[in-house]
Design a protein around this ligand. Structure first.
Ligand SMILES: Cc1ncc(COP(=O)(O)O)c(C=O)c1O
Length: 371
């Protein structure tokens, strides 16, 4: 393995030296007075990022662990759930929903457009689910689903909304309380600018209300957010059920301080500016960006290369000759697209310009090799 490759894949991302240093400190006790005070300040910072006054749990897990905790707890044992499936990660939420309920419905949509709130409403009236799962920014397509509008429509139909914000939180607005969401899950290794290992999940009062009136509660223990709530209240010296990933928390906390110091609005503008540099550059080089500009994610761009050029060769050439890692497509987009992350520390216009310059050089190299 080499350190010479700069990660422009859609997560994980390079982290700042002070975040790495925070991770490298000596292991501490994860319960008792000192730690619990620190932990409360950490979760308060997380709440600010989620824009919620609700509960926040930093699960030691990858992003999928957080999504499973959120979905399984909201679904309960065998509850009725719907999922918007318009990308690889929407399909994953669906697989998770199906693992927890035989009554899981999918709103299957093409991968190149968001769900329309009107069609979601019509579908919810037909399916009569209690919970709706949706991915905010699908990392496989770079398409944003309009979560605020979908949640407003769902609320009017009495449906609680659970959001996979793994590649959106801290890179674009996510207003957990103001949008009336039941729960939101994310991961430490994307716009939160920390190493992989934590899956913070937020649950609002609306989420608990649904959870508390389920005919049959969820069956799991570790990923059951009821368990996390129980310990939060019953064990003040150890307000979580398990040993926490303390060093991951030190790193994430340092990153949260950075994020709050920068300011969320400034960050969102920075992500958008980086995205635009990349999009314009790709278009100039003859790529076709999958997502229309109206719903393009500020954190990931997915694009078809100019005709006659293989995306896999671009990915390889960028890595071997330019020291830049980008990603290829997933499942139905495999061998068709490239994916570039502009998440957190990647999301600077000048860094995106470097990626565009490397892509330009790589296209020339590939065409010279073909001649
Ligand atoms: C939108 C989205 N959801 C879920 C996941 C799964 O996260 P993890 O690989 O950390 O389990 C990812 C990972 O890229 C993602 O981008």
């Amino acid at each position: 393995m080499t350190d010479d490759i700069t990660l422009h894949i859609p997560g994980p991302i390079p982290v700042e030296p002070d975040v790495l240093a925070a991770m490298a400190q000596q292991v501490r006790q994860h319960y008792g007075g000192d730690w619990v005070g620190y932990y409360q300040a950490f979760t308060e910072r997380l709440r600010r990022i989620f824009a919620t006054g609700g509960a926040v749990y930093p699960l030691p897990a990858s992003g999928s662990g957080g999504v499973e905790a959120m979905m399984s707890t909201l679904i309960g044992n065998g509850g009725r759930v719907g999922v918007i499936a318009n990308g690889f990660f929407g399909d994953r939420v669906l697989q998770i929903a199906r693992a927890h309920s035989a009554q899981a419905e999918a709103l299957e949509l093409p991968w190149n457009r968001p769900a329309d709130p009107g069609e979601v409403r019509t579908w919810l009236r037909r399916t009569r689910v209690s919970v709706l799962g949706v991915v905010h920014s699908d990392t496989s397509t770079g398409v944003i689903n309009p979560v605020a509008e979908i949640a407003a429509a769902a609320r009017e139909e009495g449906v609680a909304v659970a959001v996979d914000a793994v590649s959106s939180l801290a890179g674009m607005p996510v207003e957990t309380d103001a949008w009336g969401l039941a729960a939101v899950s994310t991961a430490s290794q994307k716009c939160l600018e920390a190493p992989p290992g934590l899956a913070p999940v937020a649950v609002t009062a609306a989420g608990w209300e649904l959870i508390d009136r389920q005919p049959e509660p969820a069956r799991g223990w570790y990923l059951n957010l009821r368990t996390w709530r129980e310990y939060e209240h019953a064990w003040p010296h150890h307000p979580y059920p398990v040993t926490l990933a303390t060093n991951n928390i030190f790193a994430l906390d340092r990153a949260l301080e950075r994020i709050l110091a920068e300011g969320l609005e400034a960050r969102f503008a920075r992500h958008r500016a980086a995205q635009q540099v990349l999009r314009r550059g790709l278009e100039r080089l003859g790529f076709t960006v999958l997502a229309d500009a109206r719903w393009a994610s500020p954190t990931i761009t997915v694009a078809y290369p100019p005709s006659g050029t293989s995306p896999d060769q671009i990915v390889q050439g960028l890595r071997s000759r330019h020291g830049i890692a980008i990603a290829g497509g997933l499942t139905q987009l495999a061998g068709k697209v490239i994916r570039v992350g502009h998440l957190g520390t990647q999301a600077y216009p000048e860094k995106m310009q470097r990626v565009v310059d490397a892509l330009e050089a790589c296209l020339k190299e590939l065409s010279a090799a073909r001649a």
